[in-house]
Design a protein around this ligand. Structure first.
Ligand code: GLU
Length: 533
């Protein structure tokens, strides 16, 4: 690459670690990295990691982070996916220095706008003999595939059109027979240096047929477009998932064919489900957008992927690290090579930290309040449960958040409006009389509780002080403590599970608690009757 000192690697006799150190310590100036997603759906956690590590690597070397949209596979391109990718990257704080929305000197940054460039380059390779036109019909290719399958072999193209005579080729072209351009895959046995894995070798030529570079519709395949663009966009370092390592062997054949010096490659380890299985069995589990929609904060997600695959000199395992610090600590030579499992518990913990951090700083705190209000109004919009204006006020939202975050009651704000905590916002529907505990005089016990509470000043309604009060009521009313708690929980929330009753009362406050108890008393069946609602 023009602005980059090439690192001559003599790998024999060096340990993998030494090779990694050698290469990463010789990082060139003017680093340019790229994130090159295909707009085929949501960004998933693996792609987020690629975007983040390219960003961190560029930033930690004072370099440039480029975003390129790889949309040459028209059949897989999903309308609207590019806009979603751009907006998700922005939400995550990974803003490119060059890319479709910001422009740059080496654009356009969307591959479908660069097709002429790829066609020119394919022609160049045909002219030099590094690539050739292949006229094989779909029928013939299918036949090859079926034969291989019947022999339990891996299907591969047999490279027949490499050997067409000039006359035959001319004749086919004159007849206008549709064709593709294929790369002559040769000399792939030598290892290439990987900044993460050390020297790696895939003799793809021994395993696969010649790959297509340009399709019959004039669109390039990933291999051609990616290599041409990395070159044209001055990319010095390619950081991408290890699943692309085999492709790198093909790309190096292309670099040689063009006479270009390749960028340096670093492959990032596989991310797996918690049980070690391949990621993305259920896409919503790994989609960044769905995590954001479920209430995970961008900084929690960023830390989650960083803690999953290594790559940092020092990183607190149980704390949140901000982007600036991640940039300072980033060290490619520390990226793991073994596959790494996602641990959702870690994400939950990080999200709680992120919410607490937001709650403790004024601007983000106001945003949290607003999000909670929206969640509450959205949740109860079409329900019969009445939401009073009081619960939407800052003072109440703050009290709920302080309790929920301090006690670690919730992992996301969304959980605040889940079934167990809905009582915080809406008065429970009618009393589930059939589920009341067997208590001789529930009305009496409830009246006594309300009277005791009414005599207490609001500021004394803390969990610590409420527990002895409730015990005293239990004794005086001769209702077992557990039964009294079940009765009160139903009265206050309408459900049988949830936080402790003292916690509930402390958050709901005086007036609301007494009102709910009174409403419950009025719904109790007269002795000997059973009312249903
Ligand atoms: N477009 C490829 C993808 O979707 C990019 C692979 C690469 O980074 O070269 O992941």
């Amino acid at each position: 690459m023009p602005n980059c000192l090439s690192v001559q690697l003599v790998t024999s006799g060096l340990s993998q670690l030494a090779v990694r150190h050698l290469r990463t310590s010789a990082i060139c100036q003017n680093v340019r990295t790229r994130f090159a997603p295909s707009p085929t759906g949501d960004l998933h956690l693996g792609s987020l990691r690629s975007a983040l590590y390219n960003y961190l690597f560029a930033r930690s070397h004072g370099g440039t982070f480029v975003l390129r949209i790889e949309d040459t596979d028209r059949s897989r391109t999903v309308p609207g996916a590019t806009d979603r990718l751009l907006s998700t990257l922005q939400t995550m704080g990974l803003c490119p220095d060059e890319g479709p929305s910001v422009g740059g000197a080496r654009g356009p940054y969307v591959q479908s706008e660069r097709t002429a460039l790829y066609q020119e380059h394919a022609e160049q390779l045909v002219a030099s003999g590094a690539a050739y036109r292949c006229f094989c019909s779909r029928g013939r290719l299918d036949l090859l595939r079926r034969k291989a399958v019947s022999r339990a072999e891996k299907p591969r193209y047999d490279n027949r059109c490499r050997h067409l005579t000039d006359d035959k080729r001319r004749h086919l072209l004159e007849r206008g027979v549709k064709h593709v351009v294929r790369l002559k895959l040769e000399d792939t046995a030598a290892p290439f240096p990987d900044l993460v894995y050390g020297p790696v070798a895939f003799d793809v030529a021994a395993q696969e047929g010649d790959p297509v570079l340009l399709k019959a519709d004039g669109f390039p395949t990933y291999h051609l477009a990616s290599v041409v663009d990395d070159r044209m966009m001055g990319v010095t370092h390619v950081l991408r998932g290890v699943e692309w390592q085999v492709s790198t062997s093909k790309h190096l054949v292309l670099y040689r064919a063009f006479g270009w010096e390749p960028p340096q490659f670093a492959h990032l380890p596989l991310i797996t489900n918690p049980d070690g299985t391949k990621l993305s069995k259920r896409h919503s589990d790994v989609s960044v957008e769905s995590h954001l929609a479920r209430g995970f904060q961008p900084e929690a997600l960023l830390n989650y992927v960083c803690l999953t695959g290594g790559g940092f000199r020092q990183l607190e395992q149980t704390a949140l690290t901000d982007l600036t610090h991640l940039i300072e600590q980033f060290d490619l030579s520390r990226v793991h090579t073994n596959s790494c499992r996602l641990d959702p518990h870690r994400l939950h913990h990080l999200n709680q930290l992120a919410l607490r951090r937001r709650f403790s700083s004024p601007g983000p705190r106001a945003e949290l309040f607003e999000t909670v209000r929206q969640l509450v109004t959205g949740r109860f919009k079409d329900s019969d449960h009445a939401v009073s204006q009081r619960v939407l006020e800052d003072q109440y939202v703050e009290k709920v958040l302080a309790w929920a975050l301090e006690e670690g009651r919730v992992t996301t704000l969304q959980e605040l409006v889940g079934r167990d905590l809905a009582y915080l916002w809406a008065v429970p529907g009618c009393l589930p009389v059939g589920r009341l505990p067997a208590v001789a005089d529930p009305g009496g016990a409830l009246r006594l509780t309300a009277a005791e509470l009414a005599a207490w000043p609001e500021e004394d309604l803390t969990r610590e002080r409420l527990v002895p009060l409730l015990r005293a009521v239990s004794e005086r009313s001769q209702v077992k403590f557990g039964a009294l708690m079940r009765l009160l929980r139903l009265a206050l929330s309408g459900v049988e599970e949830g936080p402790g009753v003292a916690e509930m009362i402390a958050v709901l406050g005086h007036a609301e608690t007494i009102q709910r108890i009174t409403s419950c008393i009025s719904q109790l069946p007269a002795e000997g009757t059973v009312q249903s609602c």
